[in-house]
Design a protein around this ligand. Structure first.
Ligand code: AQP
Length: 333
């Protein structure tokens, strides 16, 4: 079966190990399968749901493209483009916001987390963000959406919106109901400073995350300072599950090494954290440093990055405009 893949990453700077292991690594594998049709979007409209500096945003858009390519996505096989340049995304988001129900959006936990205590001051865009995400996916008839575990709820909402549109307008199968593709083993990478908090771009502490542009020395230093507990490494998954920081570091090791938690535990059980951290740093430097070097090299060639985006925009526009035309007919515009 031909899989149509769509996913997006926000150009909000500090792309980190969580974005890589939760999403981008998966994008690369999907891109490598010639049967798949992949669309990877730099979701700049999502980025402005919180305040952005225009100059930084422009740079971050290029840095996100550079990260895709440096991680192994081949732009000749996949469509890479920036969302704001294909106006269908905003247009269809409006139409879908007339289909989605308030009660559905009120259940979204990410809004509650991001808006914090003062939700009256959050932008309306931050609240309706999942509807724009649904538009992104549905415009390309995506069958599969590779995302981190934190996006699972938004994807379920997208499925509900698609289903309701199909039912309301009696157009069975018009919007494809997409399937989430979430890593099975270790789908949520946590902060290096708190094993219960998601690794995130917006965390004030740079020591909480491994940025994909970090140098070797920064990686080694951050792993050295990563929070642990005082016990030796556990001998089984049940024990590991009760120790959030140990679980996170062992999970990161397993994910980078393409091994299971059990295999990693077998190799390090009973050892102390300092031995394990040395192995983890080494593995991380081996995997992340080449990506970091390549990102920095690509960023020196902004013309090349802009060209990839403008070619991607043309291809994305072609697909999206056909879908918009059909949506207009269905609605009665
Ligand atoms: N910690 C994570 N573990 C696993 N996957 C993650 N993703 C993000 N953080 C983790 C996945 O990365 C993809 C792109 O994310 P995004 O840039 O669109 O936005 P986000 O999820 O809001 O990322 P951050 O780092 O958490 O940003 P802030 O700090 O702004 O909130 C998505 O597939 C996401 O699941």
């Amino acid at each position: 079966m031909v899989k149509k893949i769509f996913s997006g990453v926000q150009p909000t700077g500090n792309l980190h190990l969580g974005n890589y292991l939760g999403a981008i690594k998966n994008f690369v594998e999907l891109n490598n399968d010639n049967q798949n049709k992949c669309v990877f979007c730099v979701v700049d409209l999502h980025a402005i749901t919180v305040k952005q500096d225009p100059k930084e945003l422009r740079n971050n858009i290029r840095e996100t493209v550079a990260t895709f390519i440096a991680s192994g996505i081949d732009p000749s096989k996949s469509i890479i483009f920036n969302q704001s340049k294909v106006t269908a995304h905003s247009e269809i988001a409006w139409i879908l916001s007339c289909v989605a129900r308030m009660g559905w959006l009120n259940r979204m936990t990410q809004f509650k987390e991001k808006a914090g205590k003062d939700k009256e001051k959050a932008s309306v865009g931050l609240y309706s963000y999942p509807i724009l995400m649904a538009a992104d996916i549905l415009l390309y008839d995506a069958t599969h959406v590779p995302v981190g575990d934190d996006q699972k709820q938004h994807l379920e909402l997208c499925r509900d919106i698609a289903q309701k549109f199909n039912n309301d307008f009696e157009v069975e199968d018009f919007f494809v109901i997409p399937e989430p593709l979430i890593q099975k083993e270790f789908s949520r990478i946590m902060s290096l400073k708190d094993g219960l908090k998601k690794m995130s771009k917006s965390d004030e502490s740079d020591l909480s995350r491994i940025n994909l542009t970090d140098t070797k020395d920064q990686i080694i230093n951050k792993i050295k300072k990563a929070k642990t507990d005082s016990l030796p490494l556990p001998s089984n998954v049940e024990e590991l599950n009760k120790r959030p920081e140990a679980l996170n570091l062992i999970g990161i090791y397993s994910s980078l090494n393409n091994s299971s938690l059990e295999e990693t535990i077998k190799n390090f059980s009973g050892k102390n954290f300092s031995d394990f951290k040395n192995s983890l740093s080494q593995l991380m430097v081996d995997k992340i440093d080449p990506i970091s070097l390549e990102i920095r090299k690509l960023l020196d060639d902004s013309d090349y990055l802009d060209q990839i985006l403008s070619e991607g925009v043309k291809k994305a526009q072609e697909i999206a405009s056909q879908k918009v035309k059909k949506i207009h007919e269905i609605i009665g515009f």
